[in-house]
Design a protein around this ligand. Sequence first.
Ligand code: 6GU
Length: 227
Amino acid sequence: MRIDILTIFPQMFEGPFSHSIIKRAQEKGLAEIFLHYIRDYADNKHRKVDDYAYGHGAGMVMMIQPIADCIEKLKAERNYDEVIFMTPDGVLFEQKIANRLSTLENIILLCGHYKGIDERIREHFITMELSIGDYVLSGGELAAAVITDSIIRLIPGVLGDETSALTDSFQDGLLSPPVYTRPSEYRGWKVPDILLSGNEKEINKWNVEKAIERTKHRRKGMLEEGI
Ligand code: 6GU
């Protein structure tokens, strides 16, 4: 899978993509991430990427030309399954969307800033708009990093143990049960006996029970309505 990210802050992605699972996925050739500095596409002398909003007093708006040129250059090189705009008024991102996006070949993630982007970009280039939650971030970069991480870890072969993405919280509509590791006792705090029993059937049963219990307590809506 290939992900092209359009941003005015490419440095913001250096950390998130150069460690752990996402780093390994790129090294294995299972995922490619390309960062495009929107300012490089500005055709004006000062490489300006934003301008005053028509009809409003305050706030700058990202200009259409640099973004349009960048998207068109990419689209001339390959087909894109989705051109996604990161925005707090987009569709709420969730596991089901991550699952679908992880099956695609090529996607573009456009990170917005300031008051927004010229509406014509949304009308003519964007196929999907995503938000990662009902709060406002300074820009779409952190949201794009979150979405990229959640998609890439789902690509077959990325996680060491092929089954572990399937047992994640949310994949089966349940939160994950509690987990423990050695020692079996610390300051008198014990790991539940059942987990030490070696009885696989009973352990599975316990895990399912705990997952349901945890989901009931923390996310009742997930059990009742699948959210
Ligand atoms: Cl995608 N962008 C911004 N700026 N804020 C957000 C967001 C996106 N998702 C939640 N808050």
